[in-house]
Design a protein around this ligand. Structure first.
Ligand code: UDP
Length: 381
């Protein structure tokens, strides 16, 4: 429905922390156009992690579906999003919906739109690992969304090419850069202006002064079990070096914390923290020499800060970083993780080659491109 102002109504939806980080710049850019009525609906598929980003961005959702339940199953959560987001669509009647990435929110919200013939724009479209079980269930979430969407905002030429290979209409594909860089630049500017906004990191810098810092995150479903055990072993070995310290914000999922706390807690050279607010997290990456992660977004952010990334997965849907030389796939075999991290710590020229490689994810103007294209498409309907 066109709003009372006569402007098209664009509804933005997301449910997790990484989506919120990558979509708050889009909401701000849509509002800045002054040419659409923007509504924000959060499913809150993750609760606390999402709220800290909403606070940072000063974003008040028009509707908060608050769908997270303890031990939620993939099918139960999908069903709840589908029905509750469908009701939200019936209530708010947008002209277009923008979804992000590859979560259950992305897929189920797109399906609810499809059932009502509401067009969908997909931000961060075209990422593909080629393996439907890695990352799981994200690879299928984004493929389903890609089938429904009529606007595909591909972050890079590589992701645009993946869409073309699936016969997506050329005119519907737009290479925009990744909005995570917009968010990262926003966060860096905030920290630079007011360092006290990132309070968790200064004490750790002091505690680990003179040491090389390895920043770590690991939370992927495919790594639960033996993968997590391998990562824990690698971190124990790396932290046994006198000159190395590890900072690891632990994901709250018990499949992660129940393995990592007993293996790594109490070690002099390891700081296990709760999940960090985004500004603290960015400050941690800035303080680090190397980033070890199985996360998607961090593979895109760390290169913008000149930090080499070792990706603790067997596949990645973000090959651009590997090709550009900013990231390397190391899997979860502890011997390989330790070998590759040690090489970066001990071989200055190997380190600089990765640290200085070109960041392929854009310069921080993705959100305004997405907003302009979404508004244009909504007006021309
Ligand atoms: N992040 C954060 N605090 C943390 C860990 C991660 O703010 O303790 C941010 C990180 O900077 C990135 C995003 O969360 O922007 C990545 O989220 P995650 O690794 O959970 O998901 P993925 O990117 O793999 O979907």
């Amino acid at each position: 429905m066109t709003s009372q102002s006569g402007q098209p109504r664009i509804l933005v939806t997301f449910g997790t922390r990484p989506e919120a980080i990558k979509m708050f710049p889009v909401v701000a850019a849509l509002r800045e156009t002054g040419q659409c009525d923007v509504k924000v609906v959060v499913t809150a598929q993750h609760r606390e992690l999402l709220d800290s980003v909403l606070d940072l961005a000063g974003l008040r959702p028009d509707l908060d579906l608050d769908l997270m339940l303890p031990n939620q199953s993939l099918d139960g959560l999908t069903a709840r999003i589908l029905t509750r987001f469908g009701e939200a669509l019936d209530h708010l009647r947008p002209d277009r919906v923008l979804v992000h990435g590859d979560t259950l929110t992305t897929m189920a919200a797109s399906m609810a739109c499809y059932f009502r013939r509401i067009p969908v724009g997909h931000v961060e479209a075209g990422l593909r690992s080629g393996d439907i079980y890695s990352p799981w269930p994200e690879e299928v979430n984004r493929k389903v969304t890609g089938v429904i969407a009529d606007l595909h905002f591909a972050p890079t030429e590589t992701s645009a090419a993946a869409l073309r290979a699936e016969n997506v209409r050329e005119k519907s594909i737009h290479v925009t850069g990744n909005t995570v860089i917009d968010a990262l630049l926003f966060a860096r500017a905030k920290i630079a202006a007011e360092p006290s906004l990132a309070p968790a990191i200064a004490p750790l810098r002091e505690r680990f002064a003179g040491k090389r810092i390895i920043a770590v995150t690991a939370h992927r479903r495919e790594n639960f079990g033996s993968g997590m055990a391998g990562i824990a072993q690698a971190l124990q070995e790396l932290a046994s070096r006198e000159d190395v310290a590890v900072i690891y914000p632990l994901h709250p999922n018990p499949n992660v914390s129940d393995v990592m706390r007993p293996a790594l807690g109490g070690h002099d050279n390891i700081a296990l923290t709760t999940p960090l607010d985004y500004l603290d997290f960015v400050a941690m990456m800035e303080a680090a020499d190397i980033v070890l992660t199985d996360s998607g977004g961090i593979q895109e952010e760390a290169p913008s800060l000149g930090k080499p990334v070792l990706v603790m997965r067997d596949t990645t849907e973000r090959p651009e970083g590997i090709t550009a030389g900013t990231a390397r796939l190391v899997g979860t075999d502890p011997a390989v993780i330790v070998r590759e991290a040690s090489r970066l710590l001990d071989d200055r020229s190997a380190y600089l080659t990765m640290a200085r490689a070109h960041n392929p994810y854009g310069e921080g103007h993705a959100a305004s491109r997405v907003a302009a294209l979404a508004v244009e498409a909504s007006r021309s309907r």
